[in-house]
Write a protein that binds this ligand. Sequence first.
Ligand SMILES: [Zn+2]
Length: 358
Amino acid sequence: MLQASYFDGQTSRRHAVTLGLQHGEWRLSGEQLQRRVPVAEASLSEKIGNAPRQLHFDDGAYCLIADHAALEAMLQAAGMQPHSTVSRLEGKWRYALTSFVLIAVFFAAAYQWGLPWAANVVAQRLPASLPALMDEQTMAMLDQYVLEPSELPPARQQEITQALSGLQPAQGGAMPEFRLVFRKSEAIGPNAFAMPGGTILLTDELVHLADESQQGSALARAQILGVLAHEIGHVEHRHALRQFVQGTIVAAVVTWYLGDVSSLLAAAPAALLNTRYTRNFEREADAYAAATMLKNGMSPAALADMLSNMEQHYRQQETADEEAETAETQWLDYFSTHPNTQERIARLRGQSGKEVRP
Ligand SMILES: [Zn+2]
């Protein structure tokens, strides 16, 4: 303990205090004054001749210490350098770290919230004809590379289309506009995919997978309709469009930063195709599917079963593909990775319990 003068940094009033240094804290006590300040929040001036040393606190208050010998003994006892370097450096590091963290938090927040917000705003202002055009282009591209005409009997296609169109929306209003298209694709496998303009692609392979596990029963129908209701959920919430705009914004920022304009043009279709729905989008689409299924007398567990079968199919596929990882299989990763499948299956099974309630 030593005697020092304390100033609050706002008035010129001097307070006589005793100053101690314990457990990494400067401890001040005087008349009507008790303060504890972590060492890291204070900096001590260098010793210059016999002038009192200044102990500055982050809030602008400071102490003048004239008793050099007592101060140095106190610093040494606390394991600190008798000179100020250490505590001052600690203070600076703290600022540097704080500002680094703040910058990181700012960018993370901009990416997490600012980007989806901006994408939503842009998506709502796009001309209405654009999403339809995007569907057309995407289908043309997929047809050229990975899709073949469906081999499902026309009667089966019609049955699925009619069942889907006949679904009652869960919350009043109407279903969003959509157009169901059938294609066969060994490359994509059992899956369905909603495009920005409301085109929903359903593969023969998904229908076969449902049929195999259920032998054409009403459950197979519920599994297929569950997946399609999930895709309609994506259409209802304009997920594909928002995700596309988001991808394009990211590509634009990256291009602006790297200064290569041609890559922006290349990135636009890739942004759509490489898009992965975020967790929230999946959750929204699942909730939409579950509500729609319950409303129409089906159990969301059927969708959970279907997801589980798809996951199993893709896992087997993955093992088979592992030896020959080609550009094509990477490109097709989109279709096989609806994220967090286990989590989604569990949630859907939980929701299926609701149907037994009165
Ligand atoms: Zn989805």
